[in-house]
Design a protein around this ligand. Structure first.
Ligand code: SF4
Length: 195
């Protein structure tokens, strides 16, 4: 990791921009290294990730790893996967689930951080906030519509449903996702392994 990249991560880790709007003290949760070839662009860490400091250390993460065909060691290798959610800090609750990611985060950090990740060849786009940022042509589409048209942006991007167990009904309704899309994703992830 270069000194500049290290300095950027340190600035992010000390960020207090939305301290007044967060339910807990800011604690940015992300994984990034200039060598990473795959970017996982999600929403924002949940309360469990806030407490542990580890993103996707839950049932959603287990499902995501099985989609990718990788174990935990590979998933948490920053030289392979960058994990950069739309909001780096736990945003609290709203309605029946987590609140949206703080909008200040993408404005303040994303373009600088993404420019510092020059080796990304595949961006996995999870959820509507990441979709609106990374694939703005789908900002008026549902996540399901974007996932159905995945071949339009493949192999540079891949819109995905959230791997949460709460999406079980979606997975049952869309069996093509498992049989047609995931095998291609696993091949691509394998191709992007460091040699
Ligand atoms: S969510 Fe982003 S912008 Fe807001 S305090 Fe955390 S790191 Fe800073």
């Amino acid at each position: 990791m270069t000194a500049e990249f290290d300095a950027l991560l340190t600035r992010i880790r000390h960020c207090q921009t939305c301290a007044l709007h967060l339910p807990l003290a800011p604690k940015p949760i992300l994984q990034a290294d200039p060598r990473a070839t795959i970017l996982i662009a999600g929403q924002a860490p949940g309360r469990r990730a806030h407490d542990s400091g580890v993103p996707f250390d839950d049932a959603s993460g287990d499902r995501l790893r099985s989609w990718l065909g990788v174990d935990r060691a590979a998933f948490y290798d920053p030289a392979r996967f960058a994990i950069v959610p739309m909001g780096f800090c736990y945003p609290g609750k709203a309605g029946g689930g987590d609140a949206p990611p703080r909008p200040e985060c993408a404005e303040q950090w994303h373009s600088t951080l993404l420019e510092a990740l020059p080796n990304i060849h595949l961006t996995l786009v999870l959820g509507r906030y990441a979709l609106a940022y990374h694939l703005p042509q789908y900002r008026r589409s549902t996540v399901t519509e974007a996932v159905r048209h995945w071949e339009e942006v493949w192999p540079r991007y891949l819109p995905l449903p959230h791997p949460s167990p709460r999406n079980q009904a979606w997975f049952k309704r869309n069996t093509w996702f498992e049989t047609e899309l995931l095998p291609k994703l696993r091949i691509r992830v394998d191709q992007l392994k460091p040699t």
